[in-house]
Design a protein around this ligand. Structure first.
Ligand code: FPP
Length: 244
């Protein structure tokens, strides 16, 4: 496991806080290709990508971003080969356990978005412990999306409402019944590896999100890539459906 420091030699860009995104979503893509290019098995790509995830969290803290979500395991990822699925479950459990102290010392509040159904019980328990340990932290909220699907999040919200006797459903009702309704809507989605797809990530919350892609495989990224993306975001003009 790579030792990542909160501060690095990379210069932090100065951005006015009102120009910062309040919630950034990260689609970490390209681990398998990175490993293949190097002649390794796919899981080596996930191992290399874990350090980048911690580096991005440190970079987000340096920038003053208040919430960041990582797409770690989608509800569709269960259809990958069993060996990879088992690896990803075990690896997520291990990473959350090994990194929780350092994240806690940085003031990270860990939360989780996803479905309990099908998720390994041991992974679920590890997340619950990390959430409990970091629940009073306020520097940044880090949302691990594990066994997460954007469509199912909306379905789960609607079913909650129906089970509570709701007959007509408003936008606000669904927003309040998402997995983590306390998190602000997503302002920016970043996807690595050059692909330009949403892949069922944070569908409801990114209704008005900006999109950026990084033309590098996830394990090759550093917080510098996050900084460049946030600088570009800070220069955009957002309209939310209004006239120019
Ligand atoms: C996408 O690459 C990456 C993933 C599906 C998993 C990423 C997971 C981690 C980096 C660790 C998660 C850690 C925690 C704490 C939850 P890919 O396999 O889709 O790459 P490819 O498109 O090149 O095949």
């Amino acid at each position: 496991m790579k030792n990542i420091c909160l501060h690095s030699d990379i210069k932090v860009p100065e951005i006015n806080s009102y120009r910062l995104p309040s919630h950034v979503g990260i689609i970490m893509d390209g681990n398998g290709r990175w490993a293949k290019n190097k002649g390794f098995i796919r899981t080596e790509g996930h191992k290399a990508g874990e350090g980048v995830l911690i580096d991005f969290i440190a970079g987000a803290i340096e920038l003053g971003i208040k919430a960041i979500s990582f797409y770690a395991f989608s509800t569709e990822n269960w259809s990958r080969p069993k060996t990879e699925v088992n690896f990803l479950m075990r690896f997520s459990r291990k990473i959350i356990h090994q990194r929780r102290d350092i994240l806690n010392s940085w003031g990270v509040k860990i939360v989780w978005s996803g479905r309990k159904q099908k998720l390994w019980k041991s992974v679920y328990n590890e997340i619950q412990e990390a959430m409990e340990m970091t629940k009073n932290n306020q520097t940044i909220l880090v949302n691990f999306c594990i066994n997460y699907g954007g469509q199912l999040e909306i379905v789960d919200a609607v079913n909650n409402l129906i089970n509570n006797g709701k007959k007509t459903i408003t936008v606000k009702d669904i927003s309040k019944n998402l997995y983590n309704p306390q998190i602000r809507p997503v302002d920016l989605i970043i996807r690595t590896s050059g692909e330009k797809r949403f892949s069922n990530f944070l569908l409801w919350d990114s209704a008005y999100a900006e999109f950026d892609y990084i033309n590098k495989l996830w394990p090759d990224c550093t917080r510098q890539d996050l900084f460049s993306s946030i600088v570009s975001y800070s220069q955009r003009s957002r309209r939310f459906g209004r006239e120019k």
